[in-house]
Design a protein around this ligand. Structure first.
Ligand SMILES: CC(C)(COP(=O)(O)OP(=O)(O)OC[C@H]1O[C@@H](n2cnc3c(N)ncnc32)[C@H](O)[C@@H]1OP(=O)(O)O)[C@@H](O)C(=O)NCCC(=O)NCCS
Length: 159
């Protein structure tokens, strides 16, 4: 079901949202492989804080967050395929920035697939983060064939 954008509100992530979140990532296999969908994300949801963009308990997008090395780190972020490019991802990011301010943390960070790997879905992901002012602060090579280069990106959160 497609949600009417005008009725969508940002709410804190709660267990009641988990099934809807798993439904969203089921339809985004280009970003969320089977391990992510069935193991990593369901576990992380229980231990990370976060926000959902939702209307009447229907979830259109979500972001999860945890604190590490002095940064508020984005664990997982996605918007329902049918609801993308309508500003919901940006709203979720703003909520994460507000949370950082509330926690007294001045940097929001995450990591993603590096640009040395040609994979169009993640070009879109990098565009999204670039548009929001994220810059690379570290590059790592991995032995994971699905993600041989990771870029670690962050932005300063204004007080
Ligand atoms: C990344 C994602 C969360 C963005 O959410 P969204 O609601 O579509 O994003 P917004 O509408 O707020 O877009 C903000 C800006 O991001 C960029 N952007 C978003 N989608 C884009 C696309 N398909 N192609 C190019 N740029 C894009 C644009 O600069 C856009 O601004 P504009 O529409 O004014 O040009 C969403 O596209 C998504 O779920 N992607 C798949 C999962 C993913 O990449 N997760 C993050 C890493 S795991």
């Amino acid at each position: 079901m497609r949600l009417e954008t005008s009725t969508i509100r940002i709410e804190s992530l709660e267990p009641i949202h988990y099934d809807e979140i798993l439904r969203i990532v089921e339809n985004l296999p280009e970003w969320f492989d089977e391990t992510a969908r069935t193991r990593s994300l369901p576990t992380d949801l229980r231990y990370q804080i976060g926000f959902v963009a939702a209307s009447d308990q229907r979830v259109a997008g979500f972001i999860t967050l945890y604190v590490t090395e002095g940064r508020l780190h984005i664990g997982w972020l996605a918007v329902d395929k049918r609801m993308q490019r309508q500003g919901l991802g940006s709203l979720l990011l703003e909520s994460a920035e507000s949370k950082a301010r509330q926690l007294g943390i001045d940097e929001l960070a995450t990591y993603t697939l590096g640009e040395s790997v040609s994979y169009p879905p993640y070009e879109m992901t990098r565009s999204f983060y670039r548009k929001h002012g994220f810059r690379v602060y570290k590059r790592t090579r991995t032995d994971n064939p699905g993600c041989p280069e990771e870029i670690w990106i962050s932005k300063r959160v204004k007080p």
